[in-house]
Design a protein. Structure first.
Length: 238
């Protein structure tokens, strides 16, 4: 029959078994953690190994911007269609006017001459090689009791700027119309040119009295036609 175990040895055996159990458990826990760490990468390791979708989008987005034209350039009117040419200016024609002191000729037989001006303002439609300013007056019929006159009774003069003197000008006294083909002479007038001519009219001592307008005509003698509408200057001789 075996001898009974001593109390001290039994306690030593139990303590040693407990120590071995604890050590084995600790080793198993550390080894399991290490194995799991090696087999399964953490989320942070996976994220660093493959770029996220947002990172890929941020890198590729600028590429089409650098090669595509901006909307402002594509919509520019000058780049999409040619400019429209300006329309041609509206055609204009010759205009003429006559002016004098008080707006009318008021003459006295044997008295001083009265000056007036004729202004030509050409348009852009035609240039004239010979443009003539012509004058006509109808026969005067005096008031009752006025002494009768003789002869034409008037002297018309034009101021010559080149010589600074007054020279005789033609004045037709008639009640009919003279055809344009019978006029000659005249001076050039370019397109859009302006010219002012000075004249003066005097009533002679033996001439008639009465009232009749002085008619001013503008004739293109190269084309035998009227270049502008004729104008009237009121006139009275006493």
């Amino acid at each position: 029959m075996p001898a009974p175990a001593r109390p001290g040895r039994v306690l030593s055996t139990v303590a040693a078994a407990a120590v071995l159990l604890v050590g084995a458990t600790g080793c198993e826990d550390e080894g399991g953690k290490a194995a799991r760490a090696t087999a399964s990468p953490t989320p942070s390791t996976s994220a660093s190994a493959s770029p996220s979708p947002s990172a890929s989008a941020s890198v590729s987005a600028p590429a089409p911007v650098s090669v595509s034209p901006s909307p402002a350039v594509a919509a520019s009117p000058s780049a999409s269609r040619p400019s429209t040419p300006a329309p041609p200016p509206a055609p204009t024609r010759l205009k003429a006017s006559v002016e004098t002191r008080g707006g009318a000729l008021a003459l006295v037989r044997g008295g001083p001459a009265q000056e007036f001006t004729v202004t030509l303002r050409n348009g852009n439609s035609a240039a004239y090689g010979h443009l003539l300013v012509a004058f006509q007056m109808e026969f005067l019929v005096g008031e009752p009791g006025d002494p009768p006159g003789s002869g034409p009774g008037f002297a018309l003069e034009r101021f010559d700027a080149s010589s600074g003197t007054w020279k005789a000008a033609a004045l037709r006294i008639a009640n009919d119309h003279m055809p344009e083909s019978m006029y000659t002479g005249g001076a050039p007038l370019a397109r859009e040119a302006v010219r002012t001519e000075r004249y003066r009219l005097r009533a002679t001592a033996g001439g008639p009295t009465g009232s009749t307008p002085l008619m001013v005509y503008f004739v293109d003698t190269d084309g035998d036609r009227t270049a502008a509408t004729h104008v009237y200057l009121p006139h009275t001789t006493r």
